[in-house]
Design a protein around this ligand. Structure first.
Ligand code: ZN
Ligand code: ZN
Ligand code: ZN
Length: 86
């Protein structure tokens, strides 16, 4: 855990997921390994173990810094700006 200024800037309550799978993978025909949820806009992307790493791509495109795991039973958040769990 770190003192991340990006978390306190997130909308409350959390955004509702826009998708239940990674739309980038759906378009490309690839399969996400795990899903990640953008906590700024609710976009769903796939993790860095997935072929196309759409969650990271979403951050590069939008600058939205904080995502959380969208896997059942997982609730950790990752801040791209800080490069750590927050
Ligand atoms: Zn941060
Ligand atoms: Zn993807
Ligand atoms: Zn976003």
């Amino acid at each position: 855990m770190s003192d991340c200024p990006h978390v306190s800037a997130l909308p409350r309550p959390e955004p509702v997921p826009l998708n239940v799978t990674c739309p980038g993978c759906l378009a490309a025909g690839t399969h996400p390994v795990q899903l990640r949820l953008c906590l700024v806009c609710g976009n769903v992307g796939c993790c860095d173990s997935s072929p196309l790493q759409h969650a990271t791509e979403h951050f590069k495109e939008t600058g939205h810094p904080v995502m959380r795991s969208f896997e059942p039973g997982e609730s950790w958040r990752w801040c791209f700006e800080d490069g750590s769990i927050v």
